[in-house]
Design a protein around this ligand. Structure first.
Ligand SMILES: [Zn+2]
Length: 183
């Protein structure tokens, strides 16, 4: 742990105040530098990504008021991830006022960058034209689209990185990305 982080934290966990805090946790996606790190104890460090110990994390009700941006961002992120299962977390998010850039830092882990790749690893985008790399049965019809069928103006299925939508035979169907090649 960097000496400045050690001094800042005073050797106690910046989430739950337990000591010793021996771990420097970098709040993604920022660089591994003390101002982007939070000093954590063993318990917090082990569970900070799984968040399996729901009640333990009520400690962020305190740490979210820490003047350090990294501690605020991590606390906010933890509360956001627990708000579905814990009413205290939702209450906390409703009651704090946090700078917008810290909120977006906290939430940046949720913009899970979904990338759609074709059968050859090319990145697919909305509006692309693709070619089927194998024959596909069109669900609910007796129609089978032969290999080599061109599908224009595809749409990416936003939460499914392995699926796109496209029109075949005037019908919009979901196609698995592994069966297409970007044209
Ligand atoms: Zn801790």
């Amino acid at each position: 742990m960097h000496i400045s982080l050690e001094n800042r934290s005073g050797g106690t966990c910046e989430c739950c105040s337990a000591s010793p805090a021996q771990f420097a946790f970098t709040v993604s996606p920022k660089k591994e530098e003390p101002q982007n790190q939070v000093a954590l104890c063993d318990v917090c460090f082990t569970d900070v990504e799984k968040l399996s110990q729901g009640e333990h994390w009520r400690c962020v009700e305190g740490s979210i008021w820490n003047p350090e941006a990294a501690v605020q961002a991590l606390s906010y992120r933890i509360a956001s991830q627990l708000k579905g299962s814990s009413s205290w977390a939702q209450n906390l998010l409703d009651s704090v006022e946090i700078d917008e850039d810290i909120v977006s830092w906290a939430n940046s882990n949720q913009m899970n960058q979904i990338v759609h790749l074709d059968a050859f690893g090319n990145t697919l985008e909305n509006g692309d034209t693709v070619v089927l790399t194998q024959a596909l049965d069109v669900k609910g019809t007796s129609f089978s689209a032969p290999k080599g069928t061109v599908v224009k103006k595809i749409r990416l299925v936003h939460d499914q990185s392995d699926q796109i939508e496209g029109k075949i035979n005037e019908q919009t169907i979901v196609i698995l990305t592994k069966f297409v090649k970007k044209n």
